[in-house]
Design a protein around this ligand. Structure first.
Ligand SMILES: Cc1cc2nc3c(=O)[nH]c(=O)nc-3n(C[C@H](O)[C@H](O)[C@H](O)COP(=O)(O)OP(=O)(O)OC[C@H]3O[C@@H](n4cnc5c(N)ncnc54)[C@H](O)[C@@H]3O)c2cc1C
Length: 464
């Protein structure tokens, strides 16, 4: 153990209990990786704070000693976000897992950052409420805010940034601030909620979040619709949105991915481009929406459509979609999953998916394409042998091609997974001179570059 780590440990022991500090190799290994293919790197120390004041003291200590700090939720991110490439301290928020307040009448909830979305939804159900953002993984709300997570329900309810009313944030020097209020709208000051949401632990640590919640809809219907081509499927979704039908979820799954789903989930779905859909609302409104949707689908050459209102059948259908990543992992033992996402204007989505499929085939890569079609966001899941440098290079080349395709069409290199380390090299291309504004914000808020260094923007460390 080097001297600076020994000094850091003795400082941390002044305000944290022994069980809140770990230098155990297994614990450090658990915090050396996320769910991605990016290279791992060990933190020197992992700490488990229980309250805001402890987080503030940890950051003050790290800032004084110029020790890097990486906030850690569940480690489910996909672009190397939590990997501590400069080592230092990882702050694991799992002990800050309390639901602090449920304000039923305001449709707001106040939580600590380590609360997971399923934990929150279990509690909210007792009040007839739910939290809308669903990134698939059972992530923490702190991690979800830090990555501006979104998912299947975004087409109706919006992304994480739309749900955050207020954040309690500990800045690099230990100062504690609030970025918003409980008010539904505000014209006061700069939009700090917007700045901190999506900052990936590079600007501050969230210690409390006030989030919007919604009433559980009276009725829900799910559907699976099969199309001859990806274009037909995407055009059907565009028509549904243009008609103003308040669709709650709509997911595109390509032929190859349906094949994987059939094998893993023992389903027998037609192996064609497929939409998974969900509608919610009151019974009368829902009936009308479903009828109208059917007509639109038929106009776009839909070959088969199956509706499910029964809870078990609906869950089975959506489980098949949600288990897609695991279906690929099971079907390709020995390979590692590279998941990448880009987002384009919806009018460009069908061509973007067709382009991506052609590239996957021409690069001879095993993979599938799925999309949150209502948002113009699609994911590519590629299974690679990390010991085969040539295959890894082909996967990188694919990633680069779809990112350039998206940026060329005024889209973005990531719609929801975030930048981390994996998408950092595209920041200048996507943001141009605006990247320098981001660098100035980072330097102003974290002059010693201790907070999740090397992520989003690359700032030279002061190196003390
Ligand atoms: C199978 C699978 C499917 C996925 N699908 C989606 C999807 O559809 N949509 C989507 O958006 N994502 C998806 N993801 C990615 C991932 O689940 C999200 O990025 C999620 O928001 C990460 O939450 P986490 O708690 O795991 O955070 P972590 O991975 O632990 O951390 C993520 C980032 O947040 C920072 N952070 C964590 N806690 C705090 C805090 N308290 N204060 C400040 N910064 C903090 C970390 O430093 C890091 O930069 C998927 C992941 C998997 C494995």
């Amino acid at each position: 153990m080097n001297t600076s780590i020994e000094i850091t440990l003795s400082e941390l022991k002044k305000f944290l209990n022994e069980e809140q500090i770990s230098v155990n190799l297994t614990v450090r290994e658990l915090h050396s990786k996320d769910e991605s293919y990016h290279e791992v790197s060990l933190p020197d120390i992992v700490v488990f704070p229980k309250e805001t004041d402890e987080v503030s003291q940890i950051l003050k200590t790290a800032n004084n000693l110029h020790i890097p700090v990486v906030p850690f939720g569940r480690g489910s991110s996909l672009e190397g976000h939590v990997i501590p490439y400069d080592n230092g301290i990882t702050i694991d928020f799992s002990l800050m897992d309390k639901i602090l307040e449920i304000r039923e009448n305001d449709l707001l909830v106040k939580v600590q950052p380590g609360v997971t979305r399923t934990q929150l939804n279990k509690e909210l159900k007792k009040y007839g409420l739910f939290f809308s953002v669903d990134p698939g993984a059972d992530a923490t709300l702190g991690g979800m805010a830090a990555t501006n997570a979104s998912g299947t329900t975004t087409v109706k309810y919006g992304v994480m940034r739309d749900q955050v009313r207020d954040l309690e944030v500990v800045l690099a020097d230990g100062t504690v601030i609030h970025t918003g209020s409980l008010a539904a709208k505000s014209a006061s000051g700069y939009h700090l909620n917007g700045l901190f949401v999506g900052s990936e632990g590079t600007l501050g640590c969230f210690t409390e979040l006030t989030l919007r919640v919604y009433g559980i809809p009276e009725f829900t219907t799910a559907a699976r619709a099969v199309f001859p081509t990806v274009q037909n499927a995407v055009e059907a979704v565009t028509s549904i949105l243009q008609a103003g039908i308040p669709i709650a979820r709509v997911e595109l799954v390509d032929e190859e991915s349906i094949r994987q789903v059939n094998r893993f989930s023992e389903t027998n779905y037609a192996e064609r481009p497929t939409l998974f859909l969900e509608f919610d609302g009151n019974e009368a409104g829902l009936k009308q929406d479903v009828e109208f949707t059917k007509e639109i689908m038929e106009d776009h050459s839909c070959e088969e459509i199956q509706f499910e209102t029964d809870n078990t059948a609906r869950t089975k259908l959506w489980d098949a979609r949600h288990n897609l990543a695991y279906a690929y992992i099971h079907g390709n033992v020995g390979k590692k999953m590279m998941v990448t996402d880009v987002c384009v204007p919806i009018s460009e989505l069908a061509d973007a998916v067709v382009f991506a499929r052609k590239e996957l085939n021409s690069l001879d890569l095993i993979g599938g394409l799925t999309g949150h079609v209502g948002d113009g966001n699609f994911h590519a899941i590629i299974m690679i042998d990390m010991n085969d440098a040539e295959e890894v290079a082909r996967a990188d080349s694919f990633n680069e091609k779809i990112v350039h395709y998206a940026i060329d069409r005024n889209g973005t290199c990531t719609g929801e997974h975030g930048v981390g380390i994996g998408k950092q090299k595209y920041q200048a291309l996507e943001h141009g001179a605006a990247l320098q504004v981001m660098e100035k914000i980072k330097i102003a808020l974290d002059p010693n570059n201790i907070l999740n260094p090397q992520k989003i923007v690359k700032i030279e460390s002061t190196g003390e």
